[in-house]
Design a protein around this ligand. Structure first.
Ligand SMILES: [Zn+2]
Length: 257
């Protein structure tokens, strides 16, 4: 019997008719988490109090880098992986790698902060649905802190760590851009991503992030970040704790250098 990983209700109480894409379809996501009820699925796609939906923010964050890769593969245009690049938040100049927030959003108070919280909630959402899909473990109470933050906006604001690259990105696998997924399988992950109990590191559309996967992550942070930076020292200059949306290299400016 299906049981929702977000609200914990089962098929007797809620419906599971809609397909819940773990990574939005608009980014090429193809994978489905079957244990997400229609209400919770809709929640992530709905407009929040005067802010865009979590799904929109995820799309807006990653679509720019995805478009950049796809155009370099000749995969942008009619009948290609991405027909046309559009953004509701940004004006993007791919040639110069510059990006500005559109006027109507500039005027919104605390736009950057609000959006970065929705981005974080969206990243945790992708994690929980993907770990359920691949490992079948999302109902575990150890993830309650992720459920509270991501689905309900409750509890402490969880962090998102972002690693800054030294060099541009060389991609061998175009499918990772066309149809992005999260990898858990150690053998398939990049060598610079560490596996450990407090944090999960992943690469999504050229960006490398880490999120805590244990409520007591603060205890493990020093050991974790030391090991992580050591593993990344040849390719990354360091890390940031994301507070503002534009701290992520959204246009992959690094590829211009
Ligand atoms: Zn639900």
């Amino acid at each position: 019997m299906k049981k929702c990983i977000w609200c914990s209700k089962s098929e007797e109480k809620v419906e599971f008719k809609k397909l819940a894409h773990t990574i939005p379809q608009s980014l090429g996501g193809k994978m489905i988490c079957v244990n997400v009820c229609d209400d919770c699925n809709a929640y992530f796609g709905n407009i929040q109090f005067q802010t865009p939906s979590i799904e929109t923010v995820i799309k807006e964050t990653f679509n720019i880098s995805r478009a950049r890769f796809l155009s370099s593969f000749g995969e942008m245009g009619k009948n290609k992986a991405l027909a046309k690049f559009t953004s509701i938040f940004f004006n993007v100049n791919f040639r110069t790698g510059t990006i500005t927030v559109k006027q109507k959003y500039k005027l919104q108070r605390h736009f950057q902060e609000k959006i970065s919280i929705l981005l974080k909630r969206g990243i945790y959402k992708i994690f929980l649905e993907e770990t359920e899909r691949q490992n079948g473990d999302a109902h575990d109470s150890k993830y309650d802190f992720i459920r509270a933050f991501s689905r309900y906006g409750l509890g402490e604001e969880l962090p998102l760590f972002y690693f800054e690259r030294k060099y541009g990105i060389y991609l061998n696998v175009q499918d990772d851009i066309k149809y992005p997924v999260l990898l858990f399988d150690k053998d398939k992950r990049m060598k610079y991503l560490v596996n450990e109990p407090f944090f999960y590191e992943f690469e999504l559309l050229g960006h490398v992030f880490a999120i805590p996967i244990s409520k007591s992550w603060q205890i493990g942070f020093d050991n974790y970040i030391t090991a992580s930076l050591e593993a990344k020292k040849d390719f990354f200059v360091g890390y940031k704790v994301i507070k503002y949306f534009n701290e992520i290299d959204l246009t992959l400016q690094i590829m211009n250098d």
